[in-house]
Write a protein that binds this ligand. Structure first.
Ligand code: ZN
Length: 456
């Protein structure tokens, strides 16, 4: 059932055994390999004076547990910076049993937090960590590791992920072969075309029977899809509220919506596809929808920046078989948010240099996140400045997926016969096997070799 060579060899060498449902047992060589990686990490963490703690991995958010500890440990500017870390298992919903540690349901990793006095210090810390993790991963033998702009796991902030290129990996990347810029699809931007320069024309309702897709609408009206607006509905859970809300996202008809960009722009922690009932509940008509005439207070309208700049688009009239011609954002409706929510795809022009972007896939083995002051503030973490005024520290967080890194090492270091792990992570430096159990001469020599090796 092993689908990758690395996992095949890890199984064959007895590093790992599958239990049920993508959960794996660490066998002695595998455990030694992980302990070596953790020991190397602990050595580096000690030089940063990071304090190791253990919090419950049953808690909904390990970061919140660590911040609760920080609330008690932090008093004055003398306690800053403060670093906490722990090794813990995280659970993943998207397990793939045939991939072993690369996609195991439960994987052990390092979570490290730093509380810094202000934003410049936090940025400097993030930069230090990025450089340190890259150097450390290379020292452990991981090759072809890219630093990639990505989205923070939840909430606001900036994040960089370390991604090992891997065919079919669960991370989709957009890479520029010309300038080297690379980002995950959730945050990848691209150079959008210039909207046509024309003045706003009068709004006009037209009958468009049976045109509930962009392709059929464009063909019926004989216009390119770029002259239409595409609507995608989501139901979202706001970051700071419990009640779900309908999110209406608009991109130009020749583009696709990137849901993660919509979630961030709309301030939602999670999005799912909206049902037809939910769409109709705000007065919109599926397949013929636009923000014109809907119950605006019941929906969050997020419009792509290119839609906001494009004059005279074709948009739905919120009744079956009808559209409006010449819809202009600002005149005909007012969005809640204007942001880049379009998905970058293969061939889209690079935002930096204009060269066509390429799609690639990889596996994230770690990340550094600059999270700002909002999480510590909500957790009530504060310190007194030199002047005696209370201040909220800035949070920097890192996560290293140690089990996945072990999986990546196995994929990158093997030949046709089995694993050839780098010395830094191999479970044993030497594995001495004595053949010929009954021969006292062999035994004597073996014992002597073993004693010499132990001494050296
Ligand atoms: Zn480029």
């Amino acid at each position: 059932d092993a689908e990758t060579p690395g996992y095949t060899f890890l199984r064959r060498a007895g590093y790992v055994r599958p239990l049920a449902n993508g959960v794996l047992a660490e066998c002695p060589p595998g455990r030694r390999m992980r302990l070596r990686l953790e020991a190397a990490l602990r050595e580096m963490l000690a030089t940063w004076e990071a304090a190791e703690v253990a919090v419950s991995s049953f808690a909904p958010s390990v970061t919140e547990e660590l911040l609760a500890l920080a609330r008690h440990a932090l008093h004055s500017y003398r306690d800053i910076p403060r670093l906490f870390f722990h090794f813990a298992a995280r659970r993943y919903a998207d397990a793939r049993p045939g991939w072993g540690w690369l996609r195991a349901r439960e994987r052990v990793g390092l979570e490290l937090l730093a509380l810094e006095a202000d934003e410049p210090d936090a940025r400097a810390r993030a930069e230090t960590w990025r450089a340190a993790w890259l150097a450390w991963s290379a020292q452990m033998g991981v090759s072809a590791l890219l630093t990639v702009r990505t989205a923070v796991a939840a909430g606001d902030g900036e994040a960089d992920a370390f991604v090992a290129l891997f065919p079919d990996g669960d991370e989709t990347l957009l890479m520029c072969p010309a300038c080297g810029d690379v980002a995950t699809r959730q945050v990848a931007t691209f150079r959008k075309p210039e909207p046509p320069a024309e003045s706003a024309q009068p709004l006009q309702k037209v009958a468009t029977p049976g045109t509930n897709t962009i392709a059929s609408l464009a063909a019926f009206l004989n216009v390119p899809p770029s002259r239409t607006a595409k609507v995608v509905f989501f139901t979202g859970q706001p970051t700071h509220a419990d009640e779900e809300k309908l999110v209406m996202a608009l991109v130009r008809g020749d583009m696709d919506v990137e849901p993660q960009k919509v979630a961030r722009a709309a301030g939602m922690k999670a999005l799912r596809a909206a049902t037809e009932d939910e769409i109709r509940a705000v007065g919109a008509e599926p397949g013929f929808a636009s923000p014109i005439g809907i119950q605006r207070e019941q929906a969050v309208v997020v419009v792509d920046d290119l839609v906001a700049q494009s004059p005279n688009l074709v948009s739905g009239a919120n009744e079956p078989d009808a559209h409006f011609l010449n819809v202009n954002v600002g005149r005909d409706y007012t969005p809640d948010v204007i942001a880049d929510i379009a998905a970058a795809g293969e061939g889209a022009p690079c935002a930096v240099c204009g060269a066509p972007l390429r799609l690639a896939h990889g596996l994230e083995i770690g990340r550094v996140e600059l999270l700002g002051a909002s999480l510590p503030e909500r957790a009530g973490v504060a310190f007194l400045t030199k002047e005696g005024t209370p201040r909220t520290p800035f949070l920097v967080r890192t996560w290293l997926d140690i089990h996945r890194m072990m999986g990546v090492l196995a994929e990158q270091h093997h030949d046709a016969h089995g694993l050839c792990l780098p010395p830094a992570v191999a479970p044993y430096d030497v594995y001495l096997v004595r053949l010929g159990h009954n021969d006292p001469d062999v035994e004597a020599v073996a014992e002597q070799v073993a004693a010499t090796l132990v001494q050296s």
